[in-house]
Design a protein around this ligand. Structure first.
Ligand SMILES: C[S@@+](CC[C@H](N)C(=O)[O-])C[C@H]1O[C@@H](n2cnc3c(N)ncnc32)[C@H](O)[C@@H]1O
Length: 195
Protein backbone atom coordinates (compact mmCIF):
# COMPACT_ATOMS: atom_id res chain seq x y z
CA UNK A 1 0.00 0.00 0.00
CA UNK A 2 1.13 3.55 -0.60
CA UNK A 3 1.19 4.48 3.07
CA UNK A 4 2.23 7.93 4.26
CA UNK A 5 5.45 6.45 5.56
CA UNK A 6 6.26 4.78 2.23
CA UNK A 7 5.51 8.02 0.36
CA UNK A 8 7.87 9.86 2.73
CA UNK A 9 10.56 7.21 2.14
CA UNK A 10 10.11 7.49 -1.64
CA UNK A 11 10.26 11.27 -1.53
CA UNK A 12 13.42 11.26 0.54
CA UNK A 13 15.08 8.57 -1.60
CA UNK A 14 14.25 10.43 -4.80
CA UNK A 15 15.67 13.75 -3.58
CA UNK A 16 18.74 12.04 -2.15
CA UNK A 17 19.28 10.44 -5.59
CA UNK A 18 18.95 13.73 -7.45
CA UNK A 19 21.44 15.40 -5.10
CA UNK A 20 23.83 12.45 -5.31
CA UNK A 21 23.70 12.34 -9.12
CA UNK A 22 24.36 16.06 -9.34
CA UNK A 23 27.58 15.51 -7.41
CA UNK A 24 29.11 12.72 -9.49
CA UNK A 25 30.06 12.39 -13.12
CA UNK A 26 30.78 8.68 -12.80
CA UNK A 27 27.88 6.99 -14.55
CA UNK A 28 28.02 3.66 -12.74
CA UNK A 29 27.83 5.46 -9.41
CA UNK A 30 24.73 7.46 -10.33
CA UNK A 31 21.26 6.43 -9.09
CA UNK A 32 19.49 7.50 -12.31
CA UNK A 33 16.07 6.98 -10.75
CA UNK A 34 12.78 7.25 -12.59
CA UNK A 35 10.76 10.37 -11.84
CA UNK A 36 8.01 10.33 -9.19
CA UNK A 37 5.26 10.65 -11.82
CA UNK A 38 6.65 7.54 -13.54
CA UNK A 39 6.61 5.77 -10.18
CA UNK A 40 2.94 6.62 -9.66
CA UNK A 41 2.21 5.51 -13.22
CA UNK A 42 3.94 2.14 -12.68
CA UNK A 43 1.92 1.72 -9.48
CA UNK A 44 -1.29 2.40 -11.43
CA UNK A 45 -0.36 0.00 -14.23
CA UNK A 46 0.38 -2.86 -11.85
CA UNK A 47 -2.80 -2.35 -9.84
CA UNK A 48 -5.10 -1.75 -12.82
CA UNK A 49 -3.60 -4.59 -14.85
CA UNK A 50 -3.44 -6.92 -11.85
CA UNK A 51 0.15 -7.61 -12.91
CA UNK A 52 1.29 -10.11 -10.29
CA UNK A 53 4.48 -11.27 -12.01
CA UNK A 54 6.81 -8.34 -12.58
CA UNK A 55 10.36 -8.23 -13.90
CA UNK A 56 12.39 -5.05 -13.47
CA UNK A 57 15.65 -4.69 -15.40
CA UNK A 58 17.78 -2.11 -13.59
CA UNK A 59 17.26 -1.92 -9.81
CA UNK A 60 19.74 0.80 -8.88
CA UNK A 61 19.06 1.79 -5.26
CA UNK A 62 15.51 0.42 -5.40
CA UNK A 63 13.50 3.60 -6.00
CA UNK A 64 11.43 2.21 -8.90
CA UNK A 65 11.45 -1.22 -7.23
CA UNK A 66 9.67 0.29 -4.22
CA UNK A 67 6.87 1.64 -6.43
CA UNK A 68 6.48 -1.71 -8.20
CA UNK A 69 6.67 -3.67 -4.95
CA UNK A 70 4.08 -1.50 -3.21
CA UNK A 71 1.62 -2.23 -6.02
CA UNK A 72 2.55 -5.91 -6.25
CA UNK A 73 2.12 -6.37 -2.52
CA UNK A 74 -1.47 -5.06 -2.74
CA UNK A 75 -2.40 -7.87 -5.14
CA UNK A 76 -0.24 -10.73 -3.79
CA UNK A 77 2.21 -10.20 -6.61
CA UNK A 78 5.99 -10.49 -6.77
CA UNK A 79 8.80 -8.47 -8.31
CA UNK A 80 12.07 -9.84 -9.62
CA UNK A 81 14.62 -7.07 -10.10
CA UNK A 82 18.00 -7.40 -11.80
CA UNK A 83 21.14 -5.31 -11.45
CA UNK A 84 24.76 -5.97 -12.17
CA UNK A 85 26.15 -3.72 -9.40
CA UNK A 86 26.49 -5.27 -5.94
CA UNK A 87 26.54 -1.97 -4.03
CA UNK A 88 23.33 -0.81 -5.67
CA UNK A 89 21.66 -4.09 -4.87
CA UNK A 90 22.73 -3.76 -1.23
CA UNK A 91 21.21 -0.28 -1.08
CA UNK A 92 17.98 -1.50 -2.71
CA UNK A 93 17.76 -4.39 -0.29
CA UNK A 94 17.98 -1.99 2.68
CA UNK A 95 15.28 0.27 1.21
CA UNK A 96 12.92 -2.66 0.63
CA UNK A 97 13.48 -3.96 4.15
CA UNK A 98 12.86 -0.49 5.61
CA UNK A 99 9.58 -0.33 3.71
CA UNK A 100 8.55 -3.83 4.80
CA UNK A 101 8.37 -4.88 1.16
CA UNK A 102 11.30 -7.29 0.98
CA UNK A 103 9.00 -10.32 1.22
CA UNK A 104 7.59 -9.68 -2.27
CA UNK A 105 10.84 -8.82 -4.10
CA UNK A 106 13.73 -11.00 -5.24
CA UNK A 107 16.91 -9.17 -6.21
CA UNK A 108 19.41 -10.85 -8.50
CA UNK A 109 22.89 -9.49 -9.12
CA UNK A 110 23.36 -10.63 -12.69
CA UNK A 111 23.91 -9.50 -16.21
CA UNK A 112 20.33 -8.90 -17.26
CA UNK A 113 20.71 -10.25 -20.80
CA UNK A 114 22.06 -13.58 -19.53
CA UNK A 115 19.27 -13.88 -16.96
CA UNK A 116 16.59 -12.98 -19.52
CA UNK A 117 17.92 -15.53 -22.00
CA UNK A 118 17.50 -18.30 -19.42
CA UNK A 119 14.05 -17.23 -18.10
CA UNK A 120 11.02 -19.40 -18.92
CA UNK A 121 8.29 -18.57 -21.44
CA UNK A 122 5.18 -16.62 -20.35
CA UNK A 123 6.69 -15.95 -16.92
CA UNK A 124 5.76 -12.27 -16.55
CA UNK A 125 2.77 -9.93 -16.79
CA UNK A 126 4.84 -6.73 -16.77
CA UNK A 127 8.43 -5.97 -17.73
CA UNK A 128 10.04 -2.67 -16.78
CA UNK A 129 13.21 -1.92 -18.75
CA UNK A 130 15.53 0.66 -17.21
CA UNK A 131 19.10 -0.53 -17.68
CA UNK A 132 21.53 -0.79 -20.59
CA UNK A 133 19.56 0.44 -23.59
CA UNK A 134 22.15 -0.90 -26.05
CA UNK A 135 21.12 -4.43 -24.99
CA UNK A 136 17.36 -4.19 -25.52
CA UNK A 137 17.39 -5.05 -29.23
CA UNK A 138 19.46 -8.17 -28.61
CA UNK A 139 17.17 -9.11 -25.71
CA UNK A 140 14.01 -8.62 -27.79
CA UNK A 141 13.49 -12.28 -28.86
CA UNK A 142 13.68 -13.34 -25.20
CA UNK A 143 11.61 -10.42 -23.91
CA UNK A 144 8.84 -11.49 -26.29
CA UNK A 145 9.13 -15.07 -25.12
CA UNK A 146 8.92 -14.40 -21.41
CA UNK A 147 6.04 -11.90 -21.60
CA UNK A 148 2.59 -13.48 -21.54
CA UNK A 149 -0.01 -12.53 -24.12
CA UNK A 150 -1.80 -9.39 -22.90
CA UNK A 151 1.30 -8.45 -20.90
CA UNK A 152 3.00 -5.07 -21.03
CA UNK A 153 6.58 -3.84 -21.40
CA UNK A 154 7.40 -0.35 -20.13
CA UNK A 155 10.62 1.20 -21.43
CA UNK A 156 12.02 4.19 -19.54
CA UNK A 157 14.00 6.99 -21.25
CA UNK A 158 12.14 6.63 -24.55
CA UNK A 159 12.22 10.44 -24.94
CA UNK A 160 15.22 11.51 -22.82
CA UNK A 161 17.45 9.02 -24.69
CA UNK A 162 15.40 8.65 -27.87
CA UNK A 163 18.40 8.04 -30.11
CA UNK A 164 19.64 5.21 -27.89
CA UNK A 165 16.18 3.60 -27.83
CA UNK A 166 15.49 4.07 -31.55
CA UNK A 167 17.02 0.83 -32.83
CA UNK A 168 15.10 -1.22 -30.29
CA UNK A 169 11.82 0.63 -30.77
CA UNK A 170 12.12 0.32 -34.57
CA UNK A 171 12.58 -3.42 -34.13
CA UNK A 172 9.50 -3.59 -31.90
CA UNK A 173 7.47 -1.54 -34.41
CA UNK A 174 8.46 -4.01 -37.15
CA UNK A 175 7.33 -7.01 -35.07
CA UNK A 176 3.73 -8.08 -35.67
CA UNK A 177 1.43 -8.55 -32.66
CA UNK A 178 2.45 -5.57 -30.53
CA UNK A 179 0.70 -2.26 -29.85
CA UNK A 180 3.19 0.49 -29.05
CA UNK A 181 2.79 4.02 -27.72
CA UNK A 182 5.20 6.46 -26.11
CA UNK A 183 3.90 8.77 -23.42
CA UNK A 184 5.41 12.16 -22.57
CA UNK A 185 5.63 11.21 -18.92
CA UNK A 186 8.79 11.39 -16.85
CA UNK A 187 11.72 10.62 -19.14
CA UNK A 188 9.36 9.22 -21.80
CA UNK A 189 7.67 5.90 -21.17
CA UNK A 190 7.16 3.60 -24.12
CA UNK A 191 4.40 1.05 -23.59
CA UNK A 192 4.56 -2.17 -25.59
CA UNK A 193 1.48 -4.37 -25.29
CA UNK A 194 1.65 -7.99 -26.46
CA UNK A 195 -1.76 -8.15 -28.12
C1 LIG B 1 18.82 3.83 -14.78
S1 LIG B 1 19.47 2.80 -13.53
C2 LIG B 1 18.01 2.03 -12.87
C3 LIG B 1 17.18 2.99 -12.07
C4 LIG B 1 16.05 2.34 -11.32
N1 LIG B 1 15.15 1.61 -12.23
C5 LIG B 1 15.25 3.38 -10.59
O1 LIG B 1 14.48 4.09 -11.24
O2 LIG B 1 15.40 3.49 -9.37
C6 LIG B 1 20.16 1.50 -14.51
C7 LIG B 1 20.69 0.34 -13.72
O3 LIG B 1 20.95 -0.73 -14.63
C8 LIG B 1 22.07 -1.44 -14.17
N2 LIG B 1 22.64 -2.18 -15.30
C9 LIG B 1 23.33 -1.69 -16.36
N3 LIG B 1 23.67 -2.67 -17.20
C10 LIG B 1 23.18 -3.82 -16.68
C11 LIG B 1 23.20 -5.17 -17.09
N4 LIG B 1 23.79 -5.55 -18.24
N5 LIG B 1 22.59 -6.09 -16.31
C12 LIG B 1 21.97 -5.73 -15.16
N6 LIG B 1 21.93 -4.44 -14.72
C13 LIG B 1 22.52 -3.50 -15.46
C14 LIG B 1 22.99 -0.39 -13.60
O4 LIG B 1 23.88 -0.94 -12.64
C15 LIG B 1 22.00 0.61 -12.98
O5 LIG B 1 21.83 0.40 -11.60
Amino acid sequence: MLTESLLRQLDSLYHEGVAHDAGTGVRRERRLNITPDTGRFLYQLVRFGNARRILEVGTSNGYSTLWLAAAADDIDGRVISLDIEADKQTAASAQLAAAGLDHCVTLFRVDASAWIAAAPDDAFDLLFLDADRSRYAGDWPHLQRLLRRGGLIVVDNAISHAAECAGFLDLVAATPGYVVETLALGKGECLILKA
